[in-house]
Design a protein around this ligand. Sequence first.
Ligand code: HEC
Ligand code: HEC
Length: 471
Amino acid sequence: MAKHLKYFLLFSMLLVLASSTLYLGNLDNYSDQVIPDYITLDNTTDNAITDAGATLGRVLFYDKQLSTDKTIACASCHHQEFAFSDTSFVSQGVNGVTGRHSMRLVNARFSSEEKFFWDERASTLEEQTTMPIQDHAEMGYSGEDGSPSIDDLILELSELDYYQQLFDFVYGDSEITEERIQIALAQFIRSIQSFDSKYDVGRAEVDGELMQFPNFTPSENRGKRLFNQAPIFDATGNRIDGGLGCASCHVPPEFSIDPESRNNGVVTEINGGANFQINRAPTLRDMFNPITGELNGPLMHNGRFDRIQGAIQHYNRIGDLPPFVIELLDPRLRSLNNGQQLNLTDDETNDLINFLHTLTGSNVYTDPRWSDPFDENGDIEVNDGVTSTHDYSQSGFTMSPNPASMMVDIRVQGTSDAVEIYSQSGELVQRFSTSGTTVSLRDVSHLLSGVYYVRVIDGSKSTVEKLIIQR
Ligand code: HEC
Ligand code: HEC
């Protein structure tokens, strides 16, 4: 037993070491993910996701080499465990903090809005991706006041072997350009998708948004109705009937912003002054953390609300805003010249909050394909050969399909005594004896999505392979 444990620890260590190796012969699936058929919006133009391009995008996204002092990556302000946002009110860059709250990057693709940033100053996602690199505060390659420019960054990146390999692999030669960086980063960001929420389970079971979802509690269904239905106002902007009208701007089932949306009355900038051009919000999906139930970060461009109740109160009492703000509001939040008063009851507020919680998924927070590919020392290795730990002919057993969802077929070449499945943290989750058989179809439907290690034991020898469970 003790010997087995020692072997296993050794294997785990090898796997941890190997985890910073990217195998170009065995790329993660970014290009062919399952998208529910009720999802129709897509802001991809001519830059379709490829597995190779998104893999390069992943490396760039997590690489601190992209900042002047080598301490900040995109991921420093966009954390996977918080839906690629930041729990801080503002985020730390190389030369100070950001002027606005970081945005969640989940489902950025599924929107008819093509412009990006809170104030929509980037006309495409591609254009957006190199703006943080060139921002003096964020990553520092601004080229202003003696700071290095993006051309200096490109020269630096060209010195790195892994980028030589990756750019060559993706584009056919190793030249690095700003456009190539943009293409890859945009593919990676568009690949980040989340459609395994309670909402999606319900939505898949009905024919329309407004139908009662069978998997929802009565409160969640009431909250959904409030979110979707338009309010009915009296002449002074008091809601006397109907719902809350959220869906006219945060349009389901994507919950992405209506491209026609104007500002919602949250106009104060963190650095002072009023800005009436804040017309974009990330999808309202994945605002809450699936594990803690807390917000993944404060809400709105100025991070003004650290509880959802605050944001809802804002919409409840738009009429209390100063007249010069109400005048410039999106007309959907007004009745004639009066800002809306939704007159929400406590029950209605709770129903709405319960509904908003159903929009959180779980896989996107841990799926390895969107995780940090570098090891703890910031190193990465690119293996472009055909032999890798994924070359199953080397290890004596095959698994298919891999990624698997319900069943996996494990075929051993030769004999085996047992098969064990370990979680990523090294915990044994399943063990079965195979008593010499070579074929075994196994039910893995009880395992959560994620990375597992399958170990086939034959006498005193054992081999380990990575198994991905994905649903
Ligand atoms: C220092 C923190 C920081 C870094 C580093 C950073 N971001 Fe951001 N990101 C933000 C903030 C803050 C915003 C919102 C800024 C605004 O709207 O003015 C944002 C917005 C975005 C958006 C817009 C999302 C939307 O829905 O409109 C995308 C996309 C994005 N970042 C991608 C990246 C990429 C790619 C990188 C690396 C090249 C990166 N970010 C680096 C903080 C950061
Ligand atoms: C007229 C269009 C419009 C309507 C109607 C609307 N919103 Fe918004 N919403 C926006 C805009 C624009 C933003 C971004 C504003 C900002 O950051 O200053 C936003 C931001 C938000 C945010 C913050 C998102 C984040 O990631 O920080 C939440 C939460 C929200 N809205 C919820 C609601 C709810 C709930 C309703 C219905 C009661 C609603 N909205 C109605 C346009 C609208």
